[in-house]
Design a protein around this ligand. Structure first.
Ligand code: RUB
Length: 325
């Protein structure tokens, strides 16, 4: 059974980055799963489950790096898989999507409140790309009366820094846009760096917009505190089993104009969308469950996925035993 056109449309919005940012992507995908469930034209439970898996596949194939997307889809699918009747399965999908969206929005608000306590009156804060979690911290600090100034990187090649500029300026936060390459130049004026995350690995490494790791290096060199603001559903359970996070590489046309590429067919361009910041360069991760040292990411993952991971590890052990028997 083919999934409805709306799901493909939403998948396209995510792939082409008209909907972007890990949290928004996850919430939009959850919403698309709800639409899919409500639009299911058939009448059979098994078929419905396969149809929902297909919808998740279409949505999940859009952007590989944001684990938030895959965790949102898994959250809805798990509820659907447990249902015993079609009515129950449809209701479960709708309820799971709604509760994911609500708790995700709530997490961003709480991160704003918790993170704002780390910002002091008079701070100059640097941020990269456009992260709702990082901006929640800055906007909450500002609205609680702290006088802050923000440097926002323009974030080549897609210029999400302009979104950050608009959002902060619209909230009355003094903000200055800088080219990405000026980060080290301004770092001597910066008190704190706050960025978001697409994915957090079990060892505390943070995967975020490309350039984040360079900013972390510059902050480390200047002894400037480097904070990551992120919801815990961006923590990747697969990394606890040693899986690596796929880094999305996007089209060269985002970096150089198409006519230049046509005129220089041998011009090689790489456009990785994200990079990995090692835990050693991160002072703390601000989550809706509190401020944690990066190395404590594994503890959160074990709290959330411990039982499932234990089952999976048991299967792996059994496989190894079988193959050595
Ligand atoms: C966005 C990006 C953001 C994180 C966190 O990349 O790297 O920092 O997704 O955002 P892109 P949020 O523009 O390629 O999606 O805090 O809003 O989830």
């Amino acid at each position: 059974m083919r999934v409805p056109a709306e799901v493909y449309r939403i998948a396209d919005l995510i792939k082409t980055m008209r909907v972007r940012g890990a949290g928004r992507i996850a919430r939009t995908a959850a919403y698309a799963m709800k639409i899919a469930a409500l639009k299911y034209p058939g009448g059979e439970l098994g078929e419905f489950k396969a149809y929902m898996r297909e919808a998740a596949h279409v949505l999940g194939s859009t952007r590989p790096t944001a684990v938030s997307l895959h965790n949102a889809l898994r959250y809805v699918l798990n509820r659907v898989e447990r249902a015993q009747s079609l009515e129950e399965a449809v209701a479960a999908a709708v309820d799971a999507a709604d509760s994911f969206i609500q708790s995700s929005l709530n997490a961003v608000r709480v991160i704003g409140e918790i993170g704002s306590k780390l910002i002091e009156d008079g701070d100059t804060v640097l941020t990269h790309c456009n992260s709702s979690a990082a901006l929640a911290v800055l906007k909450t600090a500002h609205s609680s009366g702290k006088r802050i100034r923000v440097y926002a990187t323009e974030t080549r090649p897609k210029f999400q820094g302009l979104l950050t500029y608009r959002e902060l300026a619209g909230s009355g936060v003094p903000v200055t846009l800088i080219p990405d390459s000026a980060v080290r130049f301004v770092m001597r004026e910066v008190d704190k760096v706050v960025v978001g995350a697409d994915t957090v690995a079990a060892n505390g490494a943070v995967i975020n917009k490309v350039g984040t790791s360079l900013i972390a290096l510059a902050a480390h060199e200047a002894r400037v505190r480097f904070y990551v603001a992120t919801e815990t559903y961006k923590f990747s359970p697969a990394t606890i089993l040693g899986e690596l996070v796929t880094i999305e590489e996007r089209a060269p046309e985002e970096v150089v104009p198409t006519d230049l590429l046509t005129r220089h067919p041998n011009l090689k361009v790489r456009n990785p969308a994200f990079d990995v910041t090692p835990p050693d360069y991160i002072d703390a991760i601000i989550t809706e469950r509190g401020v944690i040292p990066p190395k404590a990411a594994a503890v959160i993952l074990l709290e959330d996925y411990g039982a499932t991971l234990a089952e999976e590890l048991a299967t792996i052990t059994l496989d190894i035993e079988d193959s050595t028997a």
